[in-house]
Design a protein around this ligand. Structure first.
Ligand SMILES: *[C@@H]1O[C@H](CO)[C@@H](O)[C@H](O)[C@H]1NC(C)=O
Ligand SMILES: *[C@@H]1O[C@H](CO)[C@@H](O)[C@H](O)[C@H]1NC(C)=O
Ligand SMILES: *[C@@H]1O[C@H](CO)[C@@H](O)[C@H](O)[C@H]1NC(C)=O
Ligand SMILES: *[C@@H]1O[C@H](CO)[C@@H](O)[C@H](O)[C@H]1NC(C)=O
Length: 416
């Protein structure tokens, strides 16, 4: 009997030891896996604005063109038009490690038109062209379009990478820089430059140009390109975006109304696209959700430098002093509005007092129009923390009360 109980005790002890060993191995394996899986987005270190980028850290990062699986990295900035995507794109365009492309899907649209547009073919054409661009492989049609678009004088600064050495003899900041001196683009010159000089490709993509307005098709292009893609999904209050969108017509002053049916349809479509894509991203596995960053324009407007750090941190890029200075000047301009155009093209209107633009709609948009937008955008506004006015005239007029809350549901959906 005593022997039996002793044996049992020994057995129990052995069992406890085995469990302890297994748990230790399991924990160690997890730790090892986490360490191996490269830069873990959390715990995330916060950048201090006072701290300037360490030159060595910068040089080390610069050499790290591929991730641990040998894939090139890409970051796609996705937004509806008039949601702050130009300034967000410019933040990346100003970084010397970034091969920046301003709206490569415009290239896809133009090529698609030349070849006879067709909705079904557009999706496969878009996936095909974008995936090749993300691997620095440029077809003749794409090169010709880049030559026409990025090297048209008013758009010549849309991609710093395409205007810089070795593709052009001088840096764009050099007074000697002249578009006419730049060499014609070839698959070899652009491909080699893209691959060897730049750690990451960043592209601005407007929702309206994505096949089916569906981010799933962008992920298809990522998969096909075998690049390590990250997505920045920019969202702005629909009450600011919708009335200023070209397809609705700009309001002239507060007394004028927008076309009611157009506004209804546009509000419905615009907010449905935002919501459908947010929900699609929310339901992706965690490994993918880590590669998604949802950024509200209003938070950028309140503190552009802080958001720039957040974006660079997500992109794995060091914050550089010259970019900080450029952004600070661009978002707190001392210049007149007319002087704030980039190289004269109204399409590139960008530099603006960021915090003023976040509120401008409240004095400009007719209350009935706001009511319509709030009706069709109710749910996505709630997910994104935009506070409805619900016809409250006092709230509408009191611009000191922000209409976006700090916390919102979609914030909890993504680890970044
Ligand atoms: C456009 O169509 C032509 C002929 O139909 C084809 O050879 C070419 O590859 C197409 N271009 C693209 C970019 O698909
Ligand atoms: C580059 O793109 C072309 C089509 O434009 C394709 O035929 C070729 O296989 C691609 N090369 C690589 C290495 O991806
Ligand atoms: C561009 O060049 C790369 C190799 O440098 C090649 O793999 C690719 O097929 C070329 N693409 C086209 C469209 O010619
Ligand atoms: C931004 O610019 C303002 C002047 O326009 C200056 O007072 C402020 O210190 C700058 N901030 C940073 C972080 O550079």
């Amino acid at each position: 009997m005593a022997l039996h109980s002793c044996r049992r005790r020994i057995l129990l002890r052995v069992l406890a030891v085995i469990i302890a060993i297994i748990s230790t191995i399991f924990l160690a394996a997890r730790l090892y896996k986490e360490m191996r899986s490269g830069p873990n987005p959390y715990p995330r270190k916060r950048h201090d604005f006072q701290e300037s980028a360490d030159i060595q850290e910068w040089a080390d990062f610069h050499n790290e063109r591929l991730d641990s699986k040998g894939r090139r990295r890409s970051i796609l900035v996705i937004a509806h038009g008039r949601s702050g995507s130009t300034i967000t794109g410019e933040i990346f365009n100003h970084h010397p490690s970034v091969f920046y492309l301003h709206e490569p899907l415009q290239t896809v649209e133009r090529i698609s038109k030349q070849n006879g547009s067709n909705k079904d073919r557009y999706a496969s054409l878009m996936i095909n062209i974008l995936s090749n661009i993300l691997r620095c492989n440029f077809s003749q049609a794409v090169l010709e379009d880049f030559d026409n678009f990025y090297r048209e004088p008013s758009h010549s600064r849309a991609s710093c990478a395409i205007g810089s050495p070795p593709l052009c003899p001088h840096e764009m900041t050099d007074p000697k820089w002249d578009l006419k001196l730049c060499l014609p683009l070839t698959n070899k010159s652009l491909g080699t430059t893209c691959r060897n000089k730049y750690a990451v490709t960043v592209a601005k993509i407007l929702m309206s140009r994505i096949a089916g307005n569906d981010i799933k098709n962008i992920l298809q292009a990522c998969r096909k390109s075998k690049s390590n893609c990250q997505i920045i999904f920019l969202i702005k209050d629909p009450r600011a975006v919708i009335p200023s969108s070209h397809s609705v017509g700009f309001p002239i002053d507060r007394g004028s109304r927008l076309s009611k049916d157009g506004l209804r349809l546009f509000s419905y479509q615009n907010c449905k696209q935002t919501e459908d894509n947010l929900v699609f991203l929310k339901n992706l596995p965690l490994s993918w959700r880590r590669r998604i960053l949802v950024q509200r324009y209003e938070d950028f407007a309140v503190n552009p430098l802080k958001v720039m750090s957040r974006l660079y941190d997500f992109a794995g890029l060091p914050v550089l002093d010259h970019v900080k200075i450029w952004l600070n000047e661009s978002t707190h301009p001392s210049k007149k509005r007319e002087d704030m155009l980039i190289e004269g093209s109204p399409d590139f209107f960008m530099m603006d007092d960021a915090s003023a633009t976040a509120n401008r709609w409240r004095c400009k948009v007719h209350p009935h129009d706001i009511d319509i937008i709030e009706h069709y955008c109710k749910h996505v506004m709630q997910i994104m923390g935009y506070i409805p006015i619900n016809n409250d005239e006092d709230l509408m007029a009191d611009v000191t009360t922000p209409l976006f809350s700090e916390d919102y549901e979609a914030k909890k959906w993504f680890p970044n």
